[in-house]
Design a protein around this ligand. Structure first.
Ligand code: SF4
Length: 329
């Protein structure tokens, strides 16, 4: 491991000043992804700014009925918060479906937003990877790509975003708050993560010197849930996941929010499916038609073509469960 400087600021101002003008600095929260990347030599910071002493570890009620989640709230704490479990079950379920209890106890909300892909070629420095080394090529194209993306991909990168929590946040219209020496700004979660295009190394809208300070959730009345399909029952990334909130009145869809995980380089807000369903009948046929339309632009490879039908079926099943109140587990 390369030597690096370590600082632990006591307040927000000191934290953002510690990285200002230093593109080689990285913020450290729970460390569950950054430390792994440093061990592998993929992240090579000059300075690690440990932010765990900052007062960003509370979940606070907002006047409009929403919640403000501090960036240092641990994933396990957030999943167990009664307000989250009762009002945003999709978020609690998504967090509990990810990683292991030990990792959830360490991982922070801010760090979860910034976790990097688990594409095996990205972690293998003997492989070609445009994300790790721009212009190097991509060994996933002709390699083992069963876990890779089918929506939002480019000729440079087909990696998936690994987070479950972020899929729920995308469906919930969450807003990320970030702070730097220039001040505070708010970024909608759906705009926070970037598609790869020609620059797969650029993964978020966050500037190098910006610190995530909070995530805000608007109020929501519709029932919601998270469904995840994976290779084994625990400690596995999603092959496909669905975060959904659905309100039905007299057989008509009156509110809907949908996002997909495991299928795209970012949490995938299913705008087309939402558009087709809102104001229409809450029927199996409508759910399937919307799922078909959302997956229609998919670009598949031999290893991951199965994800299209899996995503269609999971999306339709999640909507059916929400519309009928059934629980298929
Ligand atoms: Fe790298 Fe993306 Fe290709 Fe994986 S899919 S090897 S992350 S460029």
């Amino acid at each position: 491991m390369r030597p690096f400087a370590y600082v632990k600021p006591a307040d927000l101002d000191a934290a953002v000043h510690a990285v200002a003008g230093d593109p080689g600095a990285r913020f450290l929260g729970g460390g569950t992804n950054l430390v792994d990347l440093m061990r592998e030599g993929i992240e090579r910071p000059d300075t690690v700014v440990d932010v765990t002493a900052l007062p960003l570890d509370e979940v606070i009620e907002l006047p409009d009925g929403g919640l403000r989640i501090g960036a240092l709230v641990r994933n396990s704490t957030l999943a167990a918060d009664l307000r989250v479990r009762n009002r945003y079950p999709v978020l609690s379920q998504a967090i509990l479906s990810g990683a292991s209890a030990q990792l959830r106890n360490m991982a922070t909300v801010g760090g979860n937003l910034l976790q990097r892909t688990r594409c095996p070629y990205f972690y293998d420095r003997a492989s070609a990877c445009n994300k790790r080394e721009p212009g190097a090529g991509c060994d996933a194209f002709g390699g083992v790509n069963r876990s890779h993306a089918v929506l939002g991909v480019s000729d440079s990168c087909i990696a998936t975003h690994p987070s479950d929590m972020c899929v729920a946040l995308a469906a919930l219209d969450a807003v990320v708050e970030a702070r730097s020496v220039r001040g505070t700004r708010r970024i909608p979660l759906v705009d926070f993560h970037l598609l790869p295009g020609d620059t797969p190394q650029n993964e978020t809208a966050l500037a190098a010197d910006e610190l995530i300070t909070a995530v805000e959730l608007p109020p929501i009345a519709a029932p919601s849930r998270y469904r995840k399909v994976r290779d084994r029952a625990s400690y596995a990334f999603a092959l496909v996941s669905v975060a959904a909130a659905l309100e039905v009145r007299d057989g008509t869809v009156t509110a809907i929010r949908l996002a997909l995980g495991g299928v795209a380089p970012k949490p995938w807000r299913a705008h087309e499916a939402e558009r087709l369903l809102l104001g229409g009948p809450a029927t199996e046929e409508a759910f399937r038609r919307a799922a078909d339309a959302e997956l229609a632009p998919a670009t598949v490879r031999p290893g991951n073509a199965f994800k299209v039908e899996l995503a269609r079926a999971t999306l339709a099943a999640t909507l059916r469960e929400l519309s009928t109140g059934e629980d298929a587990g």
